[in-house]
Structure formats: C-alpha cells, structure tokens
Design a protein around this ligand. Structure first.
Ligand code: UGA
Length: 431
C-alpha cells in the first residue's frame, strides 16, 4: 500500500482494538492507540504484544513505524479525525452491558466537527442515540458518530480483519464520517452495509445471538442423538449442506464460551426485556449452553458407577477455543469446578491459557506438559481442540492412564484411533 491513508485513533487496546490498529496500520494508516492501562501501553511501546493472537505480533512488528501508543488521547485527537472506540463492555451483575468505559471515553471527546467517534465496542442497540444526546448535552453535538461493529473471531482475528464477510457502517447524518470509515475499509473489498446507527448496533447483537442459537440448537440435537442412536456429525453434515442453513457453527460439544456470545446473548435478551419484550428463544439458548457445559460430568459419573470421588480426571485444554489464551466464559471453568465439587481430582493442561486460567482458578492443579495429565488418569476429557491433542499417540496414552475413559468434548478426536488403542471413547451425540 503506498497511497497515503487516513490516520486513525484507536481507544482501547484489547483484542478488537489491537487487531483493528494492526490491520489498519498494515493497510497504510498511521494509528494512534490509546489505553488507560499504563502497563499495557508500556508493553506495547517495548514492541511486545500483551495477548496471544496468531499473527498479531508479526503485523504489529512489521508496522511498528505506523503504530503509536499512549495513555493520552492528545496525539490521537491531534493527528486523526476518526477515533475508533474499542473499550470493554463487560456484563454488569444484572447481565446488561456495562458502558462505563465507553462513557468515560465520551467524556474525553473533543467538541469538534472535524472528529468522529467510531464505535467498535459491542453496545446495546440504542447506545449510539444515547451517546449523541449526551454529547449534545456536553456541548459537543457537532462531533460525528458512526457505529462500525466488529465481527472478528479470536484465534483468527487477523484473517477475519483482512477478509471480513461484510463491513457494517451505521450513521444517521449526511456527514462525512460514515463515508470516511467506508473508505478506510474499501481496500478489503468486502460487501459494505451502509445503514443507520441503531440497525448497525442490532446487526452485531443479532449476528452473535444467531450463531449462539445455532450452537445450542446442534447441542440439543446431539443430546437427542444420544437417546436415539443417531450420530450428530452425520446429522450436521446432512443439515449443513442445505444452503439456507450452511455448515458452519454446527459443531456440537460442551457449549460455547468466550466473552462475546455469553455477554451479547444475555445483553440482547435484557435489552429486549428492558424495552418490554420477552425474548423467549434466547433464554433457552443460554440455558441449553449452561447445561451443556455440565454434560461431561454426568457422562463421567455414568462410567464410574455414579461417583467421581477420588477419580483422577485429566483436562486437555482450558481456553474457550484453540488459538487463544482467553479464559473468559470458558466451559472449562464450569467443568473443572463441577468435577471438583463431585470429589474428583482434576489436573489440567493448556498449551497457552494456563497463566490466564491460574488467575481465575488459582487452586486447580496445572500440568506443564500434556503427558502429566494423562499419566495415572482414570479419565481424560478433551476440553479445547488444540492440534497437539488431536495428534496424540493413543497407544502411549492408553499405556500411561490408570483407567481407559476418553471423553471428547469437542468431537474432534479420531474416535477409531482412540478405540483401537483399547480406550473407551465417548463424544457428544455420536454414540
Ligand atoms: C464470536 C463471533 O464468532 C465473532 O463473529 C464476533 O466478532 C465475536 O464473537 C465478538 O463478538 O467479539 P469468538 O467469541 O472469538 O467470536 O469465537 P467463536 O469462534 O465464535 O467461538 C465461540 C465459542 O463457540 C467457542 O467456545 C467455540 O468452541 C464454540 N463453538 C463454535 C461451538 O461450540 N460450536 C461451533 O460450531 C462453533
């Protein structure tokens, strides 16, 4: 890219902010990144990347001359018109999205018709309207507002940034900012959805809610498959070939995790409730997912005549999915806690997420190598489908375990290979 590209500011350097910053820097923009976390900014200034995301460190390093990090907004405001906001919107105790970090940024925005606040953080539908009202009350009504939701997945974030299925740009005015954001994304050649702010906000929430619904749906189908002798892998293949349904997000397992689905499904349900609508379907999506996280416990209990007391259970993986160290909402949190509550001795290994896991589950026994969770185990459970677990030598696993139970929580192992090593294999909905 050699054409001069619009410089931008990115406020909040979490997954979304850093990937957005790195992605636009790669496309040629100077990017002014801001975060209130001084330690994180110091890390980034040293050229280190505080999160695990494949390919991100390389893109940041390659574009270090275009990436500027600061705890102050000054350089971002002085050098860029478009101020992307990608701060966290974690759930409150009530389950709504906590907008305090977003509102703190709004307070810092300049009273300037030359700047635009571009919302990347996932916010409830209606937030844009409230923010514009707030800006007007603060005498900053001339600032433009654009909703530009992010659809990237952790673990493949760089690829998702570079090749998005669509770019959504929501604005309510005739102003320049929506065009400028669209222009920024133009080199990616993705379908562009220009819409109003509220619809852009809802597109984000509805997309995540639909994907979560697909997962809970296939998980329930898997559970029925177990009762009826069908195989959910075959069922998903046959169902997914219908173009109206599609093959993606039909993998049954131990439930979806991560910060986004958990948070956004609940936030959408409560957003509906707060406006007087009872979103029944999402209540079930959430409940199915919570039960699914516990399903392995009953599978194990059946293997051990109803009691897990004293049984040694090895967990293969902890992260909510492979290629990330993110533990937020991970099914492993519920699984480990439930197994320990049943009296099992749990030992876990994750190639990347152990440090993050330790912060949330300091008491859990962690192994340095996968072999350590296998040795002497009565049962092992595939929790996260990291490639190294799929490539295990099953004969060696069988020789090292005390028992022979292998529960495949992701239907990702080669069942025939596991069984031919003499192990007792069970997946989710595959008999
Ligand atoms: C999700 C969405 O896929 C992104 O489009 C969105 O931008 C992001 O949330 C967000 O709102 O920030 P992410 O949470 O990174 O992305 O991860 P996914 O790949 O969607 O997986 C979520 C969970 O669902 C994982 O625990 C995964 O194991 C599980 N899953 C996924 C299934 O159990 N079955 C499937 O078929 C697919």
């Amino acid at each position: 890219m050699n054409a001069v590209r619009e410089p931008i500011g990115v406020i909040g350097t979490g997954y979304v902010g850093l990937v957005t910053a790195a992605g636009f820097a790669e496309l040629g923009s100077d990017v002014y990144c801001v975060d209130i976390d001084a330690a994180k900014i110091a890390t980034l200034q040293r050229g280190e990347v505080p999160i695990y995301e494949p390919g991100l460190a390389e893109v940041i390093e390659r574009n270090s001359h275009r990436l500027h990090f600061s705890t102050s907004l000054d350089a971002a405001i002085a050098n860029s018109r478009l101020l992307f906001v990608s701060v966290g919107t974690p759930p409150t105790y009530a389950g709504d999205a906590d907008l305090s970090a977003v509102l703190a940024v709004v307070d810092e925005m300049p009273a300037s018709s030359d700047h635009a606040l571009v919302m990347k953080s996932t916010v409830p539908c209606g937030t844009g309207r409230s923010i514009c009202r707030l800006l007007a009350e603060q005498g900053k009504g001339q600032l433009s507002y654009v909703s530009c939701p992010e659809f990237l997945k952790e673990g493949s974030a760089i690829e998702d940034f570079t090749r998005p299925d669509r770019v959504v740009v929501g604005d309510d005015g005739e102003g320049w900012a929506g065009d400028a954001v669209s222009e920024l994304y133009a080199p990616l050649g993705a379908p562009l959805v220009r819409t109003d702010v509220a619809s852009a906000e809802m597109i984000k929430l509805a997309s995540n809610a639909f994907l979560a619904t697909k997962i809970s749906f296939i998980n329930e189908i898997a559970n029925v498959c177990e009762e009826t002798g069908a195989n959910v892998l075959e069922v998903a293949r046959g169902v997914g070939l219908d173009e109206r349904i599609g093959p993606k997000f039909l993998s049954a397992g131990i439930g979806y995790g991560g910060s986004c689905f958990t948070k956004d499904v609940s936030a959408l349900k409560l957003l509906a409730a707060n406006s007087g609508y009872h979103f029944q379907l999402l209540g079930s999506v959430i409940e199915v997912n919570e039960l699914q996280k516990r399903r392995v416990v009953s599978k194990l209990a059946r293997r051990f005549e109803g009691s897990l007391a004293g049984r040694q259970i090895g967990l293969l993986g902890l992260a909510f999915k492979p290629n990330t160290d993110d533990m937020r909402g991970a099914s492993s949190l519920v699984l480990a806690a439930r197994l320990e509550a049943e009296g099992a001795q749990v030992r876990a290994f994750d190639p990347v997420a152990t440090d993050e896991a330790r912060k949330i589950m300091p008491e859990l026994a962690y192994a340095e190598r996968v072999e350590e969770v296998i040795a002497g185990a009565d049962a092992i459970v595939l929790v996260t489908e990291w490639p190294q677990f799929l490539a295990l030598d099953w004969a060696a696993v069988a020789a090292s375990m005390r028992g022979n139970v292998v529960i495949d929580g992701r239907n990702a192992l080669d069942a025939a290979a596991v069984r031919s090593a003499g192990l007792d294999y069970e997946g989710i909905g595959i008999g």
